[in-house]
Design a binder for this molecule. Sequence first.
Ligand code: ATP
Length: 483
Amino acid sequence: MMIKNQENKNFIHFLASHAKNNGFIFSSSEIYGGLNAVYDYGQYGVELKNNIKEYWWRSMVFLHKNIVGLDSSILMHPNIWKASGHIDEFNELLIDNKDSKKRYCPDILIKKYVENNFSKCSKRKKEIFFRLSKSLKEKNYSDIRILIDELNICDPVSGTKNWTKIRYFNMMFKIKEEIEKDLFLRPETSQGIFSNFNNIKKSSRMKIPFGVAQIGKSFRNEIIARQFLFRLREFEQMEMLFFIHPNEEKKWYEYWKNIRFKWHLLLKLGDNKYKLSYHKNLAHYASAGTDIEFNFPFGFKEIEGIHCRRDFDLKKHESLSNKKFRVFDSNKNNYIPYVIETSLGLDRVFLAIFSSSLEIEKLENGTERTVLKLPSFLSPVKAAIFPLVKKDGLPEIAKKIFNKIKINYRLVYSQKASIGKLYRIQDAIGTPLCFTVDYKTVETNTVTVRYRDTMKQKRIHIKKIPDIIDKVTGFEQVLKELY
Ligand code: ATP
């Protein structure tokens, strides 16, 4: 294997160009030079993305009798964001370099500089970190600016110290100003669940504990939006809020941490690629939090967050909306439920799977092949069907097989190239199975099946094709292992 998850820019470049050339990911608005940190999912990207969503949705909604789904709107009343704290708290600091026009988080800029220029235990390093955290806590941004000057920190791109003032920046996209009303693109999907709490509780007749799952777009005006699909300005989240009695917070927090970790492991990208990281700096709404981190090509980074949100949101909505969000316990006392939130970034899961699956493999005959060894149940195309040659009735038989089973599976039929070339095309998009119709098919009703990962071939009866596709690409095997 030549390239396999090399932790460098070349690998990301290789990944992005493979994703583009094979119809997975395109830059948004490419014909006008692209748009920073916004991407489009192409013909195979959308299939892979839909399959990841299905894996999550089934694991949450199908497998829990007390979890239901929701699809709430992106635009919501501005008071939602007032109550949730996003208008006041969802801020980042930023600083620009006037020469390179590059934008940075000043605290990260300082931390990186100090890590690179001072020894691990140096006294000066400790002093700088102490001063930085004190200034951050006291919102003393002019001192952080002074620190950048004192340390003579240069922009890594322009090499100059021509910095702007430090500004405080709300990460929500404001899209419209009406009289007394600002509309925002939602920065998380959870608020649609909180605001529908009473509707769902009443219409579903569910009792605590119960959960609501939602998949949808979120938007954040990220300052440092780089690293391909990792940090986007428009992205998709798969979030589930589990409403519980306050006494059961610990129990459910542990339960969801374990289940969510297992969900990732079942993708079989490698157990050592995941780790848990416990939050020290909590989000404004959380009382405890754990990140599931994945070893992306640029190192371990958050892929999913599991948070105890207590009654923070429902309480705030109670006071701002004058509506009650209460339930009764067995003693007929009312209380506001606590919430455990599991929050997963769909694009980050996509990146984790795509980057772990792409390989260049050296073959025994000295050639090589590029193969996307995706978890088969998530592959965009489940199977390809080819005639060995374009004559003697073989295409007709192959098309007949295709038409008979296409209703159940996403298939590809092709006769446009030689069989070897057709296999390579399917390898590159991660198709786990290829069935080839040849002269023996006419006599024996058998075809060859070729497996993506091993390239091994076997003769099987035509009737067995659906069974093999089910066995290799079905969700059932994976989901069965989750509980
Ligand atoms: P980070 O620290 O990486 O910015 P976060 O802690 O702000 O992430 P959350 O607010 O907990 O993230 O959001 C939940 C999940 O949504 C994250 O675990 C991540 O998978 C995804 N996510 C958040 N921001 C982005 C983004 N800008 N682009 C893509 N996915 C994102």
